[in-house]
Design a protein around this ligand. Sequence first.
Ligand SMILES: Cc1cc2nc3c(=O)[nH]c(=O)nc-3n(C[C@H](O)[C@H](O)[C@H](O)COP(=O)(O)O)c2cc1C
Length: 160
Amino acid sequence: MITATGGTNRELAEKFAATAREMGHDADIADLSVMDFPMFTVARSKELDVVPGMAELKKQMGDADSWMIIAPEYNGSMPPTLNNVVAWLSTEWQDFRALFNRRMVGLATHSGGGGAHVIIAMRQMFSFLGCIVIGRNCVSNNNKEANPETIEDMIGQLAN
Ligand SMILES: Cc1cc2nc3c(=O)[nH]c(=O)nc-3n(C[C@H](O)[C@H](O)[C@H](O)COP(=O)(O)O)c2cc1C
């Protein structure tokens, strides 16, 4: 479970992790909001040989069979924490295909509104990177709780 923010989306990540464990799978949460990576620029990527915490995150993500990406909608798109970390991971790792290509990915959001735009933005980015993004996604907001049946079904698909 990779959560872009530490509030309601972190709570949603915890729900996904709890369901995965109940279904007999291992699940960890990586919270991008506490990792505090510097903003990616090409100049910085040449200067910084080591970004603290990046190697650990890469290993955690590389060891996982599949990822749930959980992020709120920001301005009709994804939050900067997610976009930033993917920029670092796609350039810092020499062979980014080893990390992204064929990786099973599910998408979820707790947003202010419907959350459809962030799902589309994340689907475009992760598909572009070679991930296999499953068709079902989980959208929630303050008036609409995440559907437990959707969570179970998504975990079932990702753990296959
Ligand atoms: C900068 C910013 C932009 C936002 N833009 C949108 C938006 O375009 N659509 C939407 O539905 N909610 C938007 N929101 C609301 C967040 O999606 C919502 O508050 C979400 O629950 C925050 O997640 P968190 O509790 O995990 O921090 C925005 C919030 C912020 C801070």
